[in-house]
Design a protein around this ligand. Sequence first.
Ligand code: G1P
Length: 288
Amino acid sequence: MRIRKAVFPVAGLGTRFLPATKAMPKEMLTVVDKPIIQYAVEEALAAGIEQIIFVTGSGKGALEDHFDSDLELEKTLAERNKTDLLKSVKSLLHTSGNIVYTRQSEPLGLGHAIWCARDIVGDEPFAVLLADDLIRSEVPVLHQMIQEFERLRASMMAITEVSPEETGRYGIIEPGETSVGSVRVKSMVEKPDPQQAPSNLAAIGRYILTPRIFEYLGRNEKGAGGEIQLTDAMEKLLEEQPVFGFKFDGKRYDCGDKAGFQLANVAFALDRPELREVLLPKLKEMLC
Ligand code: G1P
């Protein structure tokens, strides 16, 4: 079955970026001139996703407005012949109804956020994208994963190597059999101390999940940090169905972290010829 739906958990408070996120959703923080959530949505649409499911919380109105048409703004830009700007503000989602919002009314964790989308997803495999993980790649990472899914027909998540002292920030896998693009996951643990970590291979915020995951998410069992963790549900799932880690082509920036977010801004700005020309000499000057 094709992957048609993608879930975007966007209910987080973004406390790491306060005060910037006091009155603005953290997913609306911009890398160059686009909110980080837009990069993730564009990635999903480029991978053929047809339905965008946002799991939101209170105070996320700006996010909803961002993905809607703003007819007044469009009219003004058209009258002023600002064609490029007009193109950039037109809604990415051309067909009404292919964006759905549901609410996570309590902050019970990532696993719980995904579970909140269960009725909208229904009985089909689906994608999950965490906007904090911004990935610069030639082929959108979700597209790479969907191709691998067509081969493996199993749940998977993007993985990357992290330094051993960082394991406490990620879901970490115990790798089994390895093939070209993927590694079979033997077990998974959420945010282990370096001494307990089964490897330094970390889950990154791109997942393809079979609907069976909802069974385990719905058990409401609390894990690391007292939260309902996706990693714990996947650990249960893999006793029943194969789960794979996918080694993607691309460079990932952790936009949930101040340093990672700044690096993403520099990297994505240097990709734009007009900005590169101005920035490169100045950055070099700063580093000397
Ligand atoms: C979440 C997941 C974790 C994963 C990480 C990737 O953690 O729980 O398993 O490794 O995303 O970014 P969070 O960053 O929400 O703490």
